[in-house]
Design a binder for this molecule. Sequence first.
Ligand SMILES: [Zn+2]
Length: 431
Amino acid sequence: MRGRATNYVTDLIIRNIGQLITMDGAEGPRVGPSMRELGLVEGGAVASGNGRVLAVGTESEVLASVDTGPDTVVIDAGDRVVTPGLVDPHTHAVFAATREGEFAMRIEGRSYEEIAEAGGGIRSSVRSLRRATADLLRENGRGTVDLMLEHGTTTVEIKSGYGLSLESELKMLRVISELADTHVVDIVPTFLGAHEFPDEWRDDREGYVDHLIDDMIPAVAAEELARFCDVFCEEGVFTVEQSRRVLTAARAHGMEPKLHADELHSFGAAELAAELGAASADHLVRVSDEGMAALAASGVVAVLLPGTTLSLGGAAFAPARRLIDAGVPVALATDCNPGSSMTESMQIILALASMVLRMTPEEALVAATVNAAAALRAENVVGSLAPGRQCDLVIWEVDDYRAIPYHYGVNLAAAVVKRGSVVVSRGSLAA
Ligand SMILES: [Zn+2]
C-alpha cells in the first residue's frame, strides 16, 4: 500500500478492482526482465484528489487512508482490470486530409517509395495542410484526439511536419497548442520541420537545413510551441550529419531531440540518438546491432510502431525481442497518421506487439504506459498509478489483463478517468 500518512478528502474512489496494474516501483523506464513487472494488486482501489492519486493499494488499505466527503464519487469497477491511462508517444494526429486512395494503390503493389515519387506520401499531406485553414485542422485534430481518449489514451504526443515552411509549420504548431490548451487529453507538441524536403527546397537541401536552423527553430522556440524536435533520419531524407545539426540547434533552443530512426534502412540513426542522448529513437525496423548496443548504453527509449509496418505491408517488424534482451527500454505508439498508420487506438498496437513483435502482455502494457511516458520524459507525472502522479486510468471490460492484447479489434475501454474525473463511460459503472 502506498499512501500518505494523514487522511485527505478524496473526490474519486475506484473500488472493487479485480486486477489493479499500478506500474509502481520503477524510477524511469523499465528494461529487460523488469518490463514484465506490473505492480499488480488484486482486490485493489485508487483514491484521487485534485486530479492526483492520493492512495493506491488494496481496497481496505485505501479506504482506511482517505476521508470521503458528500461530493466524493465512488465507482465500483466490478472486479474488472484497471491500468494507468495509455500514453501514445509518437503521432502525426493533426492533418488536413486522409489518404485512402494511396492506401488502395499500395494494396495493388505500389511501394512507399514509388508512391512518394508519384507525388504521394508526406508531400501530399504537405500540399493539403498548406491549403487548410487552422479551423479545419483544429476540428480534425479534435476528432482524432477524442477517438484516442475513447480508446484509453490519456496522453499523446503530436508532431508538426506537414507544413515544411515557416508559416505552415507555425500554423500547425499553433493548432496543436490550442488543442493542448483546450482538450482534456495531455498533448505534447513536437517540431518536425525535418520530416521531408519540401518541393521548393528539393534542389537545395543544405539550404533547407540552414533555413530550419536559422529561421524555423528560433521562431518555434520564441513562441514556446514545441517540447521536442524530431528529424526523419533516413536514406533519401535527412542524413545523419544534417540530423545532428538540426537536433543540436533545437537543443540549444530548449527542444529535446527525438529521431525517426532506421525505419527503412540501417542508417546509423539509432547511434546518433544515443550520441545526442535523445528522448527516444522511433521505428528501428532496421536498427543495427551497434545501434541497439548504443541505445542500451545511453538509455534512449526505443518507440516501436508495428501499426506502420503492418499498414505498409512490410514483412519485417522491429526486433522487439532483441531490443528488450539487449537492455533497451521499449515503448509502443500508434504513429497515427493518414499515410502509413491510420489508427487512433493503442489497443490494436498492444495486440500487434504481442502477436507480431512477440512481446508478452506484461511487456506490451509496460511499453504503452510507463515506458511510453519515459519517451516523453513524463514518467514522473503519467504512465503509473502512485501517490502524487496524475490520476489517469482506464477501467477495462475484461477481468484478466492478458485479454487486452488478446481480444483485438474492439474497444475494450469501459471507462476512462483523466485527472481524477470520469471523461469516458461506455459501460455500466455502478456506484
Ligand atoms: Zn512518424
